[in-house]
Design a protein around this ligand. Structure first.
Ligand code: GTP
Ligand code: MG
Length: 327
């Protein structure tokens, strides 16, 4: 794509959007990874949280490798923000790969639903120890990309707030053991990405949901890309929310239309694209456009990786796919 199109030549808005490669692996993450590895030998079960809106992009390949010999539970968190049918299809997909997976809302969900799964994952080890007359304390490590909800999840299981949470990535900076009962302990860990985000569609998806530090990104470009995607996936909701009348718009013109529609203007009627970009991202992340899944599960019988730019949310093939999923 010719980025000069977004070079701000149009004087009706102030736009400096630039397509930059997205990558975020600060020093604290490399350190956090080392500290996480140090704890692994103490851990019986690993709970991996991914974001139910982007289950493919939000699974860290580094983590999968590190914890491959542990009992594991995959939690599709923030399921309250994702499309229910799409989440069912993802669960069916993961289960078909032999992965124990569940969807969850760490803010409003029931801790018991998770505890049952953890008990099941630890059952063999608990019974083995019981046979030796020892009541085992099950130690669970909670891992995942930044801002996916690990600390909120830990607090939910704990029944009260003990870990600090926040609506930005990088809130938790060190490992924190939390004693739930004398026989269950949870380790909340800092969010981890991996050194190179090769797939830029996935990197952008991570950025859309707020996994990547906004400071290192071009938020106008990100908002433009998000608007384009939303106008494909959920055009009615996006057009209504941002008061966009022309559904054929793309690029800078689309962000400008949202600014004009919502009245984000500067003196002289110039579209305030900085403000517009920030609000578009905020409102999507907060679920103001309703439940939206940005990445769909591959079809069961014929695994494939749909390109984000051709998100198939409303195609016939995908409807069949999601309708066929198991809860
Ligand atoms: N809607 C919704 N919001 C959630 C859920 N889980 C967490 N959140 C919100 O997501 C944001 C991030 O939550 P945290 O628990 O701080 O995320 P984290 O994974 O610990 O983040 P880091 O420590 O930065 O890696 C907070 O604003 C939470 O309130 C969920 O299941 N649904
Ligand atoms: Mg945290």
């Amino acid at each position: 794509m010719n980025l000069d199109n977004y070079g701000g030549r149009d004087e009706s808005m102030i736009l400096r959007a630039q397509e930059k490669k997205i990558n975020w692996y600060p020093g604290h993450m490399a350190k956090a990874k080392r500290l996480l590895v140090e704890q692994l030998s103490r851990v019986d079960v690993v709970v991996e949280l991914c974001d139910a809106r982007i289950p493919r992009a939000s699974r860290n390949p580094d983590l999968a490798e590190l914890v491959k010999n542990k009992r594991r539970l995959l939690v599709l968190n923030k399921a309250d923000l994702a499309d229910e049918g799409a989440t069912r299809a993802w669960l069916a997909h993961f289960r078909s790969q032999g992965i124990d997976a569940m969807s969850f809302d760490s803010a409003k969900g029931r801790a018991k639903d998770v505890l049952t799964r953890i008990e099941r994952a630890a059952k063999d080890e608990v019974e083995r120890m019981a046979a030796r007359g020892v009541r085992k304390t099950v130690r669970v490590m909670v891992v995942g990309v930044p801002n996916v909800g690990k600390s909120t999840f830990t607090n939910k299981i704990n029944g009260s707030s003990i870990a600090r949470t926040g609506d930005r990535p990088g809130v938790t900076r060190s490992n924190q053991w939390v004693r739930i009962t004398p026989y269950l302990e949870l380790l909340d860990t800092p969010g981890l990405l991996w050194p190179k985000l090769d797939n830029q569609d996935d990197a952008r998806a991570l950025a859309f949901v707020g996994t990547i530090n906004d400071q290192i990104m071009d938020s106008q470009m990100l908002a433009i890309r998000l608007l384009e995607l939303l106008m494909k996936i959920k055009p009615d909701a996006a057009a209504a929310r941002f008061k966009i009348k022309d559904s054929t718009l793309t690029g800078a013109a689309l962000l400008e239309a949202a600014c004009r529609g919502r009245g984000w203007l500067m003196p002289g009627g110039v579209a305030d694209t900085d403000r517009g970009a920030a609000v578009v991202l905020d409102e999507f992340r907060a679920g103001r456009l309703g439940r939206i899944t940005l990445q769909y599960a591959p079809k069961q019988d014929k695994p494939q990786k749909p390109a984000e730019s051709e998100n198939p949310q409303n195609t016939k093939e995908n409807r069949e796919n999601t309708d066929g999923g198991q809860g």
